[in-house]
Design a protein around this ligand. Structure first.
Ligand SMILES: O=C(O)c1cc(C(=O)O)c2c(n1)C(=O)C(=O)c1cc(C(=O)O)[nH]c1-2
Length: 243
């Protein structure tokens, strides 16, 4: 898949230091979907119950795609040490073992969110309410992860640098604005905060080690922008389908 290239940079300039490269990656947070009008309105309490249900049902497709894209990356990773770290991401979402407690996994936690907002398990898992634009956006992420060199796919996961804040915002604002949602329904958001930070530590280490010329570092920024665009497009699709 072709990633759009940022317009003007001088490839002959020397590489950024790791610290400056990380700063440049983190600066991409200004384009995170935390700033999307639908997300802003949702966190300000402006959504109806139907709009919240619609967002939860559509976002479930993203939840479903994350372990599939992580499995695709795992398959492309030649190195055992990286695979040992990466496999945790799949288990985080799919769950493992006897399905008690945390082992139930993120998709089950998202299902509990669905139940808390008034969706049935069947409605959620049937994917009936998923808008085509949301499917296309999520599928683009899975396809990119399967086809790109694994380090590029790892780089595309770095939007997780910005995810703890979006989860914290929901934990702070939803109980105030949407008191009808049982607090246990918000467990998914709470659970992701430490996991996202752990994922980012590995993702940043891979990215900083792999993209070592100025040209490559710009490529990493373009990949991150591609993933930011996926998340933004998802919310565009959700806004169109749900409002
Ligand atoms: O709720 C959100 O806004 C949000 C965003 C993102 C993200 O930035 O990609 C992830 C998640 N949540 C999330 O829960 C999650 O498990 C996750 C995994 C990944 C990834 O790219 O591997 N992103 C995200």
């Amino acid at each position: 898949m072709e990633i759009a290239q940022s317009p003007c940079f001088d490839a002959s300039r020397s590489a950024w230091s790791p610290a400056e490269f990380e700063r440049q990656l983190r600066a991409k947070g200004t384009a995170y979907h935390i700033h999307h009008p639908f997300n802003v309105r949702m966190n300000q309490g402006g959504c109806t119950a139907d709009e919240i249900r619609c967002w939860v049902a559509n976002r479930f497709y993203y939840q479903l795609c994350i372990p599939r894209k992580d499995a695709a990356i795992l398959a492309n990773m030649p190195d055992r040490a990286h695979r040992r770290l990466w496999v945790e991401r799949i288990l985080d979402h799919d769950g493992y073992g006897d399905y008690q407690g945390c082992a139930a996994g993120g998709m089950e936690a998202w299902t509990q969110l669905g139940l808390a907002v008034g969706l049935s398990r069947e409605e959620l898992w049937s994917l009936q309410g998923v808008a085509p634009a949301v499917r296309f956006a999520c599928d683009a992420y899975v396809n990119f992860a399967a086809k790109a060199p694994w380090q590029e796919a790892v780089c595309s996961s770095l939007t997780e640098m910005f995810a703890p804040q979006i989860h914290k915002d929901r934990l702070a604002s939803w109980p105030l604005h949407y008191a009808w949602i049982e607090p246990e329904g918000l467990t998914y958001f709470r659970s992701r905060i430490p996991l996202a930070s752990r994922d980012v530590e590995h993702g940043l280490a891979v990215t900083i080690t792999h993209f070592t010329t100025r040209q490559a570092q710009h490529r990493a920024l373009d990949i991150l922008q591609f993933k930011l665009d996926i998340l933004w497009s998802m919310l565009d699709g959700i806004e169109k389908a749900c409002v």
